[in-house]
Design a protein around this ligand. Structure first.
Ligand SMILES: [Zn+2]
Ligand SMILES: [Zn+2]
Length: 314
């Protein structure tokens, strides 16, 4: 299985702003200048490799959209604004026919990319939506009411079918086994566990793991999350923010680490990044989570930050 991240931002798109861009360029120039003063023969590539992560990479501002590919089979998780570029990529690769989209829930940041997802306009495509919300189709129709978007949901030319399930159900798509689990979030959300050939991948956003009941909840969810190869989980907040935003439906990076350890996952990937955090602060939270893993658990698992364009192979 190959997992590709097209959108990793939580709540609202948060592209890099001009002030942030300018300050990054200046910081890069300052670092390079210092290094070249010491050794003028240094290659730019070498300097780039040694830059701090927040200067070397951009986490990305698009909201949730993740693609899973295994041979000719594809699954898509959520239609946040990252779906726009996924659509272009699918067009370029000539990927058409049956397209399977698994929806966690329908908050804006998880469906807003749909009207810009070009494959949705092609009559040759059969698009299958999967959702635990029985009125999911109606929610998509509302999003494209004339007051909000010039073209209605039913005016798009692809064929569409909604498949409804109860969170907790198991079903199949092609050769994948799909297990589902309800998540704690305002208006609810659904986690997906994808299994094939003894490999597994879990996508679990948006979800709040916090509060006095936390140890009990983590244990209760163990059966679903246990021993997965890769867990992609909501990790929007710092611990302090999680304390201040009880009931907002998101998890802190530190608690995501505790959950992953209890569930014995092999690789933890943190996503749904807070739009108010710049890349520097997101990397700082990540460093704290890495430190927590080292101190409390002696580095027993791999932990990564979800970034736009990132690819993980299972
Ligand atoms: Zn969200
Ligand atoms: Zn949400």
């Amino acid at each position: 299985m190959i997992i590709k991240f097209w959108g990793v931002r939580g709540s609202i798109p948060a592209p890099i702003d001009p002030i942030d861009y300018e300050s990054r360029i200046k910081e890069i120039l300052r670092i390079s200048h210092k290094k070249w003063q010491k050794d003028l023969s240094l290659q730019p590539e070498k300097i780039y490799e040694e830059l701090p992560l927040h200067l070397r990479e951009i986490i990305g501002g698009n909201t949730t959209c993740v693609e899973l590919i295994d041979g000719n089979e594809q699954l898509i998780f959520d239609m946040g604004t990252g779906a726009r570029r996924l659509g272009y990529d699918m067009m370029a690769k000539g990927r058409s026919g049956d397209i399977h989209i698994l929806l966690t829930h329908t908050h804006w940041d998880h469906i807003q990319g749909w009207p810009f997802f070009i494959p949705g306009y092609l009559p040759t495509n059969n698009i299958h939506f999967y959702s635990a919300f029985k009125d999911c189709e109606e929610r998509f129709v509302i999003q494209q009411k004339f007051e909000f978007f010039p073209l209605g949901f039913h005016e798009m030319l692809s064929k569409r079918e909604f498949h409804y399930f109860e969170a907790g159900d198991t079903f199949n798509i092609g050769s994948f086994t799909i297990k589902t689990e309800p998540l704690i979030h305002p208006g609810n959300s659904t986690a997906y566990r994808i299994e094939k050939d003894n490999k597994s991948f879990i996508f679990a956003t948006d979800t709040e793991f916090f509060g006095p009941e936390l140890p009990k909840i983590i244990k209760k969810k163990k059966k679903f999350f246990e021993k997965t190869d890769v867990l992609v989980i909501d990790a929007q907040y710092s611990l302090k923010e999680a304390e201040q935003k009880i009931g907002w439906g998101h998890t802190s990076m530190i608690i995501a680490v505790d959950c992953a350890m209890e569930w014995k996952v092999k690789k933890l990937v943190l996503t749904h990044h807070e739009p108010a955090h710049d890349d520097y602060s997101t990397y700082q939270l990540y460093e704290e989570a890495v430190e927590h893993l080292k101190e409390k658990y002696k580095n027993q698992i791999t932990i990564e930050l979800a970034k736009e364009g990132k690819i993980i192979e299972i």
